[in-house]
Design a protein around this ligand. Structure first.
Ligand SMILES: CC(C)(COP(=O)(O)OP(=O)(O)OC[C@H]1O[C@@H](n2cnc3c(N)ncnc32)[C@H](O)[C@@H]1OP(=O)(O)O)[C@@H](O)C(=O)NCCC(=O)NCCS
Length: 184
């Protein structure tokens, strides 16, 4: 759904800002991704290196131009300090009605509503600029904090999909699904 060549927007509610990724974000991404909670719930390489962060930032920037996914750095609007990352995966050509949201916050950015605001900004923008009707978000059933983000951002629990993902050791993980429809 991205318009190839079009500039990726910056989205803000004046408490958090979502902006395009830049190469100089890699150092802050590398620092944040040393966190055990991110390593537990997000499928990032282990150990995580500065090269991994450089690849992440570059591929996010490129995919956000070529589409259909859109990746944003979550930053403090006053200082541009990196608070986290948020992505919309899809909508793909074969399923233009739906897309999925994923995110993480640096440890020091947690506990003050940043992720909830970021999800709301990304979902509102996606509904306003596409024909997508279904935004979904899924988390490890043990990731209660992420489930609370989903509910606070207006998503409804839809159920649990057994063995939806695999952990790094290849063991199945049950995922809790949440959905927000265009009409809600
Ligand atoms: C999941 C994750 C993003 C949630 O972060 P978070 O800080 O709990 O979420 P928010 O930024 O929305 O903040 C909400 C918390 O701040 C509190 N809060 C304080 N002031 C607030 C405000 N003004 N508005 C909203 N919430 C506020 C809320 O009560 C809530 O705490 P609670 O869940 O204990 O009730 C974070 O834990 C994380 O990065 N985890 C590792 C990666 C991960 O799991 N990613 C998701 C994979 S599906």
């Amino acid at each position: 759904m991205n318009d190839p060549g079009a500039a990726q927007p910056t989205l803000s509610d004046e408490v958090v800002t979502l902006r395009p990724w830049r190469p100089d974000d890699a150092t802050a991404v590398d620092r944040a991704c040393q966190d055990a909670e991110i390593a537990r719930f997000v499928p990032i390489p282990q150990p995580y290196t500065l090269d991994d962060a450089r690849w992440f930032v570059a591929s996010c920037a490129e995919e956000s131009i070529t589409g259909p996914s859109a990746h944003f750095a979550i930053v403090d609007p006053a200082t541009d300090l990196l608070l986290g990352a948020i992505s919309r995966h899809g909508p793909r050509a074969e399923t233009p009605h739906r897309a999925a949201i994923g995110y993480w916050l640096a440890p020091e950015a947690r506990g003050r509503g940043v992720a909830t605001r970021a999800v709301r900004l990304l979902v509102d923008w996606s509904f306003a600029t596409s024909t997508t009707v279904r935004m979904e978000l899924y988390t490890d059933v043990e990731n209660e904090r992420s489930g609370r983000v989903a509910r606070r951002a207006g998503f409804e629990p839809e159920g649990i999909r057994r063995a939806w993902d695999l952990d790094r050791a290849g063991r199945p993980i049950d995922s809790a699904f949440y959905v927000r429809l265009r009409s809600t």
